[in-house]
Structure formats: structure tokens, C-alpha cells
Design a protein around this ligand. Structure first.
Ligand code: HMG
Ligand code: MG
Length: 305
């Protein structure tokens, strides 16, 4: 069966904007996040506390985060979770100083991407995360663990399922509350998704702690999402308007577009809390700021001409 409700983890302001050529001003990013919240999204990944030279597009995190953090203080159903990416203790200090309540570390299933993205081996990256996760939990913050290159790697090709399961296990053992399985370059197909989820269950990792993070390079992201939903996954990452990519992975294009996801979920009778009209209007507005049209098929179908 399919779930009655899906939690959308919106990554447009982080995964989307980190890869845009245009450096968007902090005020425009804050407006983007407010409009996404206005469209009903309740988990919005706001930014990253990484080295500003590595991701110049998000170098304004100290200005942006305080400009939106009131969204997390809203009462009840109106409260918006605002997770931020943090690679190391320096990043954690920056995030906690601004009152962040949810962080995400981001590991890799492959050595090539660990090197390209974090300047570390897989082991060194996990060692770097260990005190980050421990201290975040002491501070009462929720911790997500991303795992990139779960299906294929641009340098190494297909990635063995056992290799992915091994790093997932280690992220769980560090104390991550949730794992997001990244198809960073969008090469997965539905059978592969089901095989990985099954192997994770066999390794004792419950589906309830898993999220899926599909980039849409080969147009497979929706089909892969449906396979994950049928397996019991209820948290799906997507990016408004299909913004995104990854500056450190060649051949990574945008994430699954949130509008395309919402169109499918609502068609299946699955509740998301999202107002598709308001969301599409937000992506059209953002496309105007970026000076290029949204790649989302649903945005193009619904946008006024
Ligand atoms: P490094 O060069 O090895 O850094 O980079 P280091 O640890 O040697 O430190 C060098 C200097 O950087 C030091 O300064 C540190 O203080 C400073 P110095 O003492 O020389 O003056 N520094 C920092 N400054 C500010 N904030 C920090 C920070 N850390 C160190 N947090 C590092 C290592 C991890 C920092 C670097 O590789 C980095 O920032 N990488 C981030 C890359 C990134 O953000 N990639 C995109 C996100 S991942 C993604 O998109 C995939 C995902 O979507 C899932 C999927 O699709 O698969 C999540
Ligand atoms: Mg990504």
C-alpha cells in the first residue's frame, strides 16, 4: 500500500541555490523561504554552514538564517523545521550560535566523492562527523545524515549495495536520527531503489528512519519515489521548481521538482499540506530572480503564460 501522508523535505534554498551561477541576495533567499512556508511546506532546508570558499552561493548563512528563524517558533502545525547542513564542528558552532535546532551531516558512499566534496576519505569524514553528531544531540538538535552516491558515482560507476549499507550503518551508529539516501547524479532506477531499501531493512535499519533524495538527471526521480513509497518510505526530498545539483559532482542536475512530486502525491490521494498553486507561483517568481525558466514539467504546465 501507499502512505496516507508524505512529509516533503524541501531542499530548494540549499541544494537548489548552492548550484546556481547567480549568487542570490540573502533577502531574496529569505523571501523564497517565506513563500515556500506560505505554500504549506513545513520542512525547509535553509542553508549550509560550510566553508564559504567551497560554496560561495551559501556564504551568507549568518545573514540568512536569523532572517527566517522565526518560522521555527510558530505554534503547532504552522511551525517550520529549518534544518541546515554542517560538515564539521566549526559549522556546528556557527549553526548553534544562531539557534539552529536541526542539522545534517553529509557523507558519501564512495571515496571519490568524499574526496571531492569534503577533502576527506570516507573514514576521515565519518570521524569528522562523530563529535558533530554527539554535540548536536547534547544540544537537543535533531540530526539527519545524508549519504551521497547511493546508486552510482560519476568517477566509480555503479556503487555496490553492500558498500552503501555499510556506510548507512555507520551513520546510524553515530546517532543520526534519519538517513537521506542520495542519488546525487540521478542514475537510479526503481528496481535498484527497492533492492537498496530491502538490503537496509535486512541490515536492521528500519524504513521509518529513511528518506529519499533523488536528482532527476535521467527523468527517473518520480518513478524512484513511487518505488520508495511502496516500500514504506514517507519522507521525500525535493526542490521547488527543480532547482539544484551539486557543485562537486559532475553530471548532477536539479533535484526532483517539488511541484512534480506534489502533483503525483495528490493524484494518489496522499496528503502533503502543500498548496500547489502557491508553490508554482513561488517557483515562477524565483525563476524570474534567477533569469531562467524552471525545468519542472508541472511548473511549466501550471504557470500562467
Ligand atoms: P578543508 O579545506 O579540508 O578544511 O575543507 P579544513 O578543515 O582543513 O579547514 C581549512 C579552513 O577552513 C580553516 O580556516 C577552517 O577554520 C575553515 P583557517 O584556520 O585555515 O583560517 N573552515 C570553515 N569555515 C567556515 N565554516 C566551516 C569551516 N570548516 C572549516 N564549516 C570542508 C573541509 C568540510 C570544510 C570543506 O570541504 C567544505 O566546506 N565542504 C562542503 C562541500 C559542500 O557543501 N557540498 C555540497 C553539499 S553536499 C550535497 O549537495 C549532496 C546532498 O544534496 C545529497 C546528494 O544529493 O547526494 C546533501
Ligand atoms: Mg543533493
Amino acid at each position: 500500500g501507499l502512505p496516507a501522508r508524505v512529509r516533503i523535505h524541501e531542499v530548494g534554498p540549499r541544494d537548489g541555490l548552492q548550484n546556481e551561477q547567480t549568487v542570490v541576495p540573502a533577502e531574496v533567499k529569505a523571501e523564497f523561504i517565506r513563500r515556500l512556508a506560505g505554500a504549506g511546506l513545513r520542512t525547509i532546508e535553509a542553508t549550509s554552514f560550510v566553508h564559504p570558499k567551497w560554496v560561495p552561493q551559501l556564504a551568507d548563512a549568518e545573514r540568512l538564517f536569523p532572517a527566517v528563524s522565526d518560522l521555527a517558533d510558530r505554534e503547532g502545525d504552522a511551525a517550520v523545521r529549518l534544518p541546515v547542513l554542517v560538515p564539521n564542528e566549526r559549522g556546528l558552532d556557527r549553526a548553534l550560535a544562531l539557534g539552529a535546532r536541526e542539522i545534517a551531516v553529509f557523507g558519501s558512499a564512495t571515496e571519490s566523492f568524499a574526496r571531492a566534496n569534503l577533502n576527506r576519505t570516507v573514514d576521515e569524514a565519518l570521524a569528522m562527523f562523530e563529535p558533530v553528531v554527539a554535540r548536536a544531540k547534547e544540544a537537543g538538535a535533531g540530526v539527519r545524515g545524508y549519504l551521497s552516491m547511493c546508486f552510482g558515482d560519476p568517477w566509480e560507476g555503479p556503487v555496490p549495495v553492500e558498500q552503501v549499507v555499510g556506510v548507512c550503518r555507520r551513520l546510524i551508529d553515530l546517532g543520526c536520527d534519519e538517513l537521506s539516501l542520495g542519488d546525487t547524479i540521478g542514475v537510479a532506477t526503481p528496481g535498484h531503489v527497492t533492492a537498496l531499501l530491502t538490503a537496509l531493512n535486512e541490515a536492521g535499519i528500519p524504513t521509518g528512519r529513511l528518506a529519499v533524495h533523488f536528482h532527476d538527471t535521467y527523468g527517473q526521480a518520480l518513478a524512484n519515489t513511487l518505488a520508495a513509497l511502496r516500500h514504506g518510505v514517507t519522507t521525500v526530498d525535493s526542490s521547488a521548481g527543480g532547482l539544484g545539483g551539486c557543485p562537486y559532482a559532475k553530471s548532477a542536475t536539479g533535484n526532483l521538482a517539488t511541484e512534480d512530486l506534489v502533483w503525483m502525491l495528490h493524484g494518489l490521494g496522499i496528503d502533503t499540506g502543500v498548496d500547489l498553486g502557491r508553490l508554482t507561483a513561488t517557483s515562477v517568481w524565483m525563476a524570474g530572480r534567477l533569469g531562467r525558466p524552471s525545468p519542472s514539467r508541472t511548473v511549466r504546465a501550471l504557470a500562467p503564460r
